[in-house]
Design a protein around this ligand. Structure first.
Ligand code: ADP
Length: 459
């Protein structure tokens, strides 16, 4: 079976939908997304949908001073010298206009409050109402309104090349082989490879070994398909060894806790099995993860006081998650004593840890771990939950230029082939900051569609 479209996009996550919407807005007639799962959204659906952006409207209303250069610097620092500065600057050039595009043209609703992620020097993260699911649903609805075709249960397996140029995608659906030709371009938007244990082990050079004992926060679909297809078509891969861990995940599932927003935005403590703090709770995910893995049984616990839970509406907003976690036996609500007994943590030590933390908070100095925003923690009842480390994000992937062209191993553009989102490498370098994934997918998703359109006009 064969089909011709103007643009064929592989993957219906954040990058794929944004590229499809932009392509339709520019005037492409037939835009087709191929999705291997029976549903859309990928990791984007599983995320909080957070969007880091300097000078955003919430910052303005809160009087927070930020700048484009500060945004760029934070990304470059986190990338430890490995980010491609041209790509980072491209992201910074577009991130604010893209925030308005999402809000005003696509209809994404944002909360009036924002969050502050580790590694960003100020709070600059917009947060959509309804998290990742609502964000993806809004994109999907817009795509549908514009007439984007989404074909589910269809797995791309190969980029069809002709005379050094990408012309289509070979896919498999229900045992049938299908050929999707993208006359004006093929956009890879298949995400990273966190759920591919073999690739993790192949590329990871650091401690700890990322074998199957370490779960992933990702959708099981995120196994590097697009990276491998692009590589087979001659694409250059970069930063493949840069694999990000995430510290606060449910031991029953490996997925992150949404209630962990309490730690990011409000206040929470992290303790180990001995009931002792072991890290600055506001540190980057990388530092907390590496500290967590070293604790007894690689198990840690987050403690949220009732006042924080109430002020953030946690029990209402995340009622289904909390109910599920109670069933799974990974979370409890109760007095400190009840929490300690439930998790078999020495109560005396835990109580002393909280008392000591509150004393430091009163003085304003964390002499143990140098945490800077020392907010005292109340006397309960508490929400307490067990956490393990998971593989969260892969920084590496297909090399692109600032126009989202895929670059081959000789440094040349592969004509007609574009990539956006986690399938690409180069933007985040050694470590992606929290809430920079969606800005990346939106920026390069839009650019991929626009470049394909400009080149189509020239033909
Ligand atoms: P990003 O954040 O970069 O947009 P996501 O993880 O949100 O990435 O989305 C990637 C999407 O690509 C997922 O919906 C996933 O199921 C889909 N996908 C991955 N590999 C393939 C493939 N071989 N064929 C079709 N779809 C794929």
């Amino acid at each position: 079976i064969e089909q011709h479209s103007d643009l064929v996009i592989v993957g219906s996550g954040g990058a794929g939908f944004v590229a499809a919407i932009q392509a339709k807005q520019l005037g492409f007639e037939k835009v087709t997304i191929i999705e291997k799962m029976a549903f859309n959204g990928g990791n984007t659906r599983m995320s909080g949908g957070e969007y880091a952006c300097y000078n955003n409207w919430v910052q303005e209303s809160e009087g927070i001073i930020d700048s484009k250069e500060a945004f760029i610097e934070d990304i470059l620092i986190s990338g430890q010298g490995r980010s491609n500065e041209t790509l980072v600057r491209t992201l910074a050039d577009h991130v604010l206009e893209n925030a308005y595009w999402l809000r005003d043209e696509i209809g994404v609703q944002y909360k009036d409050e924002q969050s502050w992620y580790g590694g960003h020097r100020v709070a600059r993260t917009l947060w959509p109402v309804g998290d990742g699911p609502a964000y993806v649903n809004t994109l999907a609805q817009k795509a549908e309104e514009l007439g984007v075709e989404v074909i589910y249960n269809t797995k791309a397996v190969e980029i069809i090349m002709e005379n050094g140029q990408a012309i289509g995608i070979k896919a498999v659906s229900d045992g049938n082989s299908l050929h999707f030709y993208g006359d004006s371009g093929i956009i890879l938007a298949t995400g990273g490879f966190s759920a591919n244990v073999e690739m993790r082990q192949q590329y990871n050079t650091q401690w700890p070994t990322l074998d199957a004992s370490i779960p992933t926060t990702n959708s099981p679909a995120i196994v590097g398909d697009g990276i491998l297809m692009a590589q087979a078509a001659g694409a250059n891969l970069i930063d493949m060894d840069a694999i990000q861990l995430y510290p606060i995940n449910n031991p029953a599932t490996g997925n992150y806790y949404f209630v962990d927003y309490a730690r990011l935005i409000g206040n929470a403590l992290l303790v180990n099995k001995d009931g002792e703090r072991f890290v600055d709770e506001k540190e980057t995910r990388e530092i907390i993860s590496r500290a967590a893995i070293e604790q007894k049984d690689a198990m840690i616990y987050e403690i949220i006081d009732d006042q924080v839970a109430k002020s953030m509406n946690l029990e209402e907003d995340y009622a289904s998650e909390i109910a599920r976690c109670l069933d799974q036996g990974v979370l409890i609500k109760g007095s400190l004593k009840e929490c300690a007994e439930f998790f078999d943590i020495p109560y005396e030590t835990l109580a002393a840890t909280i008392e000591h933390y509150n004393e430091m908070a009163a003085q304003g100095v964390d002499t143990d771990f140098n945490r800077t925003d020392l907010i005292p923690i109340g006397d309960g009842p508490y929400l307490m939950f067990a956490c393990i480390v998971s593989v969260h994000h892969t920084m590496g992937g297909v090399q692109i230029d600032e126009n989202a062209h895929v670059i081959d191993t000789n440094g040349n553009i592969i004509p007609n082939l574009y990539a956006a989102g986690e399938v690409t490498g180069g933007i985040h370098g050694a470590n992606r900051l929290g809430s920079l994934s969606i800005p990346d997918t939106v920026c390069f998703g839009r650019i991929a569609a626009a470049t394909a359109y400009n080149e189509h006009l020239k033909k």
